[in-house]
Design a protein around this ligand. Sequence first.
Ligand SMILES: [Zn+2]
Ligand SMILES: [Zn+2]
Length: 243
Amino acid sequence: MIQFDVHTHSISSGHGSTCTITDMAMAARKKGLSLLGISDHGPATLCAGTPSYFRSLQMAPRERCGIRMLYGVELNILDHSGKVDLEKSILSGMDYAIISMHTKNIKPGNICENTKAYIHAMDQPKVRIIGHCDDAKYPVDYKALAREAADHHVMMEINNASIMPGGYRGNTIPNIIHMLYWCGVYDVPVLLSSDSHGYKHVGDVKGSEILLRAFRESLDFPQHLIMSYDADRFIKYINHYPL
Ligand SMILES: [Zn+2]
Ligand SMILES: [Zn+2]
């Protein structure tokens, strides 16, 4: 069973969730997690938290409902130069950042443009996770992305919301398989995350685990690269310890 989930959204993401951070922590405890990370959408998302909200998270409690807490952000990549929607001084005070592309904030480019956007965004402070880069609307060069992720000390995620039948990211499975292959080649850690917008799906990574089991043998994917079963190891990694 996974020990933590660090891609989750509270009411401050501006859409899809009416849950407070404490509601999410209560759900994490019920699910048996030991660590929860809140990663609300960056300010470019309609009605999401302001820069001031993200700055204030530095003072938020490190434990809620018996759950160890991390406070991050799911940044919007805004253009193909890798610009993001939170300034460096605020990002530096956060625990981690996820970099993602969302249709409201960036038009899909070609493979080269999308890949470059992710690679440049990895240079921003505290970027530790590439979010749902399985989206069929944003094709990428997984070999180049995994190689750069290894160099930048950045993980990739298997996003459970991407795997749900009829998902809005299109047919993500071939992209995830491709991503996993190159993560294995370049020793890039992989996270299982729920992308939960509310308490119900906190820690829900069933689809991702089924997919990993189904392809483990054919991919020969190294089990030690799955970070989600050891919260302490994850925390060390985001603080720049080697794998
Ligand atoms: Zn997202
Ligand atoms: Zn998300």
